[in-house]
Ligand binder design. Structure first.
Ligand code: HEC
Length: 273
């Protein structure tokens, strides 16, 4: 009969203690100290580089490590498409797979947290002393799957097209909205739908399956079914803050005529079908 796992682990542990006694230093405190010092050095280098960057440059002068920034940030921009750095593409793509609001927490917090917990707990459930990779099929397959899926998600995130308004108009998607919602004979609403697509509303909102679904912005496909009139939507879009919405910027700059078009479009959006 094979030796029980528990006994084998005991034997391994005893052998480790003997090894340490004979020729080595124990993990605690030596290796811990070693790691802590190295980590501090790395953090120190990063802080040092940040200081060199900050104090040798300014808004326009490149200094040693580049200028502070090239273009001043424009808080009024409506067509900026936010994209993360490449190493977050896999999370970014998860956000697209999971739609706001029902499953997005699962996709962005639930799954990554679960995977991290599994990783932290690894020493507690993977207790076999076997280290040869060919004898560890489960671990091998799991590792390959993680690498593969992160690779695929990173690739998909890197090549994902943003649903920008001009694309939606060019592909005929916006015309389809009019058909689906039944306002194709209302030229003001049709003009409003194009403005809606072009004005960056879809960077936050979704509409009949298009758009980003960001920052808690609701789907607007059936916003006209809530019984509010054109005047209300005009006032809302031109000054969302007065309705307690401090996420959405004020679109008053679009002008009265354009606001009327967008509001008419919103009022005519009753969910389609
Ligand atoms: C920066 C993100 C963002 C952008 C861009 C944005 N919105 Fe919003 N919008 C929101 C959020 C968040 C809410 C929900 C606020 C709340 O629930 O209090 C909202 C709410 C609304 C509502 C009210 C919905 C309701 O059920 O009461 C309307 C109508 C609306 N937006 C229209 C638009 C239009 C039209 C545009 C483009 C001209 C636009 N939004 C652009 C974030 C955005």
């Amino acid at each position: 009969m094979a030796t029980p796992l528990k006994d084998r682990n005991r034997a391994e542990f005893k052998r480790y203690k003997e090894d340490v006694e004979r020729e080595g230093k124990s993990f605690y405190p030596y290796a811990i100290l070693h790691d802590s010092v190295m980590s501090l050095v790395v953090v120190g280098v990063i802080i040092g580089l940040a200081c060199v960057w900050y104090f040798t440059a300014d808004k326009t002068d490149a200094g040693i490590l580049g200028p502070w920034y090239t273009d001043e940030a424009d808080p009024g921009t409506v067509n900026f498409v936010p994209r993360p750095d490449w190493f977050f593409y896999f999370l970014f793509y998860l956000l697209r797979i999971f739609k706001w609001p029902n499953t997005v927490v699962l996709g962005t917090v639930g799954i990554p947290t679960l995977l991290l917990v599994l990783l932290v707990l690894l020493p507690f459930y993977d207790r076999r002393p076997e280290r040869r990779i060919t004898r560890r099929p489960v671990a091998l397959v799991a590792a390959l799957l993680v690498v593969l899926s992160m690779g695929v998600l990173t690739w998909k995130g890197a090549t994902a097209k943003e649903a920008l308004g001009s694309e939606l108009i060019a592909s005929g998607t916006v015309d389809k909205w009019a058909q689906e919602q039944g306002f194709q004979n209302d030229p003001v609403a049709v003009a409003g739908s194009k403005l809606f697509a072009e004005s960056g509303c879809l960077n936050c909102h979704t509409y009949l399956g298009s758009g980003a679904g960001n920052l808690g912005a609701p789907d607007l496909s059936a916003i006209g079914a809530t019984g509010r009139d054109v005047a209300f939507f005009k006032s809302y879009v031109s000054n969302p803050a007065q309705y307690g919405n401090n996420v959405m910027i004020s679109y008053g700059y679009l002008g009265d005529e354009n606001l009327t078009k967008i509001a008419t479009f919103l009022q005519a959006s009753k969910g389609g079908g």
